[in-house]
Every structure is written in C-alpha cells, then in structure tokens.
Write a protein that binds this ligand. Structure first.
Ligand SMILES: [Zn+2]
Length: 521
C-alpha cells in the first residue's frame, strides 16, 4: 500500500529547527536534547533537530539528538535540514548519521521571486541542483526529503517538473511548504490535489505539507491537505516558528483525533504527553501561550472549573469535545509531601517524564525540599517547574548561591547577592528603588554585564497565597534578546534566578559562532 492510501499521518516535528530559529526561541544543546527526549515520549514520527551547516552549535545539537534520542528503542527518525549544496548535504549527514533512522531534508526555492532576487539562478540551474542534491543524499541514506521552497507562489508546471525529477532521483518524501503563509485553504487543497494528479511518479513518495501562519491559516491548511492525500504534516509545539509561526502540532493532532469521523486517519502521537510537552517548551523558552490558545491554553478546558464533580459528568457530554485527560492535563493533585524521600521524588519525576541525573537531580531535590517546607501542598505543576528548571540549568557559567534582601516602608531597599562565577564564589551588595532592582544591580555588578533589562513578568504557577512564583525576564545586549526564567516560592529569589538564567543564555550566544546565514523553509 502506498502512503497516500494509508490511513496514518506522519507527524514531522520541526520545533527544534523552524521553531528554534525564530526570534526569542533559541535553545542551547542541553535544552534541545531535553525537548527532543520529550518529543520522543510524545511519539512523533520525525524530529527535525536543526540545520547542521548553519552553525557549530546547530551541528552539535543535531549530532547529540541523533546519538541519544535517535538510538532509543523504536526511535523517531532524526532529520537535519540542508540546502542543495553538496557540502551542506555532507555536513547534514555527518550530524544525522548517528541515528538508527537518519533523514536528510534538502530544499531549494522554486518560485520566480526567489530565483530572481535570492538565488539569482535560472529554472534549469535550480532543477539540476535539486536533482544532484537528492541523488547525493541518497548516496548516504534511503530517507531523503525534498522541499520546493515558496511552493505556494511557484509556477505550478515548473514546480511539478522539479518534483517529478527529484522523485526519480530518489526523494522518498516531497514536502510542499507554504513558506510565507500565503495560501487559503480552498486553493491550497486544490493545489495539493493537482500535484497528485500532475506528478506521474508522486505515488512513489509521501506527500507532505509545511504551512506558516501569517494569515492564521496554518492549521487549517495542514488539515485540509490530508483530504488531498498528504500523509505527512510538518508542525511545531505551541505553533512556534518563523514570524507568525508554524502549524501547531497539538491542534492538528487533536483535530485528527477528535474528528476522526471526518478525516478518517490516525497519528502515532501519544496525546497524553501533549500538555507536558507544551509546558516544557514554554519553560525552556520563557514564552507562554495565550490563555485562550486551543488545546493547551490555560482556559482551554475552563468550563470545568467550579462545576461540581457530579455536574462535570453531565457537562462532559454536553460541552466537552475532548477531555483534559486526553492531553495529559490532570487536575491539580497532591503528589508529594515534605517527608517524601529521594526515591519517591525520583519516581514521581519519572512519571512526569523527567529523568534527572547527578547535579541536576540533586539541585531539583534540594529545591523540592525547600518548597515542601515553605508550602503545604505540592502540585504536579510545581514539580514540573522545579525539574525543568534543573534540567536547563546545567553547564552554566553563573549560578545563584544566596540572596538576602532588606526592604519595607522604612528601609532603603538593599540586596546582598552571592553568586558562583566559573565555580568561584563572589558577593556584592547594592541599593535599589525596590528589592528586585537592588538584587538585579548586585547581579549586574558581579557579572559585569552590559545588557539591559527590557521586560519583567511574574506568573503564579499554582493557585493560593503559597503559590510557586515564576519570573520571566527579557534581557537585551548588542541587539541580542534572550529570555530568562526562574521559579521559587520567594518571588525575589525567582527574579534573581531568572536574571542569571538570561545572563547565562547571553554567555552561550557569545560562544555560538554563526558560519552561514541560511534561513530554511
Ligand atoms: Zn518553515
């Protein structure tokens, strides 16, 4: 049976490539690895882990994901993006080759606009380069994907000629990107259907779509393509991606599941992992989804709140087209107390999907004990915040050791901060217009940072007076904008952690050297 006739849709996640390359979402190798592990638990079919030629850091991230997640038992395919240059393909292969199921994804623009202004090449030259690239990739592995960039604005006949040629050259997947988010569902489904009719050998390849959200149509365009025979959808967690973002994985997967009567297809995704995956991404990047976001937003299942248990059962039939449990969103529950030991803590973390080792585990356990002392009830969300915090905090230059603050009606706010810098303890005291300002001034003095604080945001993770506070800060240096995140029952300590986290990210960017400027599809 060909893929077109199959009733399963391949979920290709590009959170770590398309999502990561958008402003404010860059992740370091440790963060990408943690996300990749969670994407494997979510059971996506393909993880596009990066664009290996674009930087040393991207190459390292793709290699590490291939060596670890790509070596799991029944792992996802690990994919790298590559332009059609043969050197690009070589570099991509060097990174993905460690995976049990490696994939090379190569692309070149086929629209006259891109040919004329960006590539400065003729249609014949682009056709030749595409075929050579696919053939070269097939020399390394069977699984080669090809994308004609800016497909929605490409001349249809020319694009189909390119697709036919690359399938002959061995492309197993042809992915049609709406790179600029220009397509409207009705015309898009027609275009995809016509590709199936027009490209004679198209049944030899899986048809895929990659839709951007500039006009808010990314999910609609992705779903409608299934009706036209697409059997792979490229998408991202929380819909992150270039500009207005990519198609949101959670919305696509839940639409396919909830409306299986309409689509008649399935995916391999373990939907119970959706909520955790969304939360982990928010925590790593410091960017939360809006409350009314479909599926994963804070209010997505809010009709449940305040309804008596007895009423929920009745209401579920009346109003609920999907349950919070189906995306792994359990109601708040007491999971651990202050007398819980390391073993129970580790087991609970494992149930939540975190496997912490060594330093990261010790740090998380210490923070858990502190929190259990300060707070009567510990919710899953609290544990997730602590665990994801510990995960992204390893291998960093600065860390917070002690924070002491004097403030109030009579005192001039004063902060004493002790940090570890390159494993050496250092200490400073500063005055400020408020306690947070004083803490930040002390940290700025110790780290000698030239950055500016642009945004400061406080969020209560769980309800009540004893809630764990989460602080997110945006810091800018030389035009580089990063987001730092910190969680603690004490909002001042959370602020210090968030600021230091942001400064660590800036340090990391200083080490990251870009060797090329490709932007991807
Ligand atoms: Zn894209």
């Amino acid at each position: 049976m060909t893929e077109a006739a199959s009733d399963r849709v391949i979920i290709f996640d590009t959170t770590l490539r398309d999502g990561e390359q958008s402003p404010g979402f860059s992740m370091n190798v440790v963060e990408k690895l943690e996300m990749a592990r969670q994407l494997a638990r979510l059971n996506v079919d393909v993880i596009e882990a990066g664009f290996p030629i674009s930087s040393e850091e991207d190459f390292a991230a793709v290699s590490e994901v291939a060596k670890t997640v790509g070596q799991l038992e029944s792992p996802p395919s690990i994919c790298g993006l590559s332009r059609v240059g043969l050197g690009d393909i070589d570099r991509c292969w060097e990174a993905v080759k460690h995976a049990k199921k490696p994939r090379i994804h190569t692309f070149v623009a086929t629209s006259d606009i891109h040919l004329k202004y960006k590539l400065r090449k003729s249609r014949a030259e682009v056709m030749k380069a595409a075929v050579e690239a696919v053939r070269h990739g097939r020399g390394y592995c069977d699984d080669v994907e090809f994308s004609p960039e800016d497909a929605s604005r490409s001349d249809f006949d020319y694009m189909c000629e390119v697709l036919e040629a690359v399938i002959d050259a061995g492309a197993r997947t042809i992915n049609i990107p709406d790179t600029v988010g220009y397509a409207i569902p009705e015309e898009w489904v027609e275009r995809i259907s016509r590709i199936r009719e027009r490209v004679k050998n198209s049944h030899q390849a899986t048809l895929s779509v990659h839709c951007h959200n500039d006009l808010g149509q990314a999910v609609a365009n992705s779903l409608i393509a299934i009706r036209a025979g697409a059997r792979q959808i490229e998408c991202t967690i929380n819909g992150i991606g270039e500009r207005a973002g990519n198609a949101s994985l959670e919305e696509i997967v839940m639409a396919i599941r909830t409306r299986s009567d309409y689509f008649g297809v399935t995916t391999n995704v373990r939907t119970e992992e959706i909520y955790r995956t969304s939360k982990l991404l928010s925590h790593i990047t410091g960017v939360h989804v809006q409350p009314n976001k479909a599926v994963v937003g804070e209010n997505a299942f809010a009709h449940e709140a305040g309804i008596h248990q007895d009423g929920v059962l009745k209401a579920a039939i009346t109003y609920e087209i999907m349950t919070p449990q189906s995306i792994g969103r359990a109601s708040n529950e007491l999971v651990l107390g202050k007398h819980s030991g390391r073993h129970a803590f580790r087991e609970r973390l494992a149930e939540l999907g975190f496997e912490l080792e060594g330093e990261a585990f010790q740090e998380a356990f210490r923070r858990f004990k502190d929190l259990a002392d300060a707070k009567k009830t510990i919710f899953n969300e609290d544990l997730e915040a602590i665990a994801s915090d510990a995960v992204v905090r390893t291998d960093e230059r600065f860390s917070v050791k002690e924070v002491t603050v004097l403030s109030g009606t009579f005192a001039k706010p004063t902060a004493t901060v002790e940090l570890w810098i390159d494993k050496q303890p250092v200490k400073a005291t500063a005055l400020g217009i408020g306690p947070v300002d004083a803490v930040f001034k002390a940290i700025a003095e110790l780290t000698d940072t030239k950055s500016e604080l642009e945004r400061f945001h406080v969020n209560a993770i769980t309800g009540g007076m004893d809630a764990l506070g989460e602080v997110s800060v945006t810091v800018c240096e030389d035009g580089r904008r990063v987001i730092g995140n910190g969680a603690d029952p004490d909002i001042i300590v959370a602020s210090a952690r968030a600021y230091v986290h942001a400064l660590n990210k800036l340090e990391w960017h200083k080490r990251r050297h870009s060797v090329a400027e490709p932007k991807g599809i």
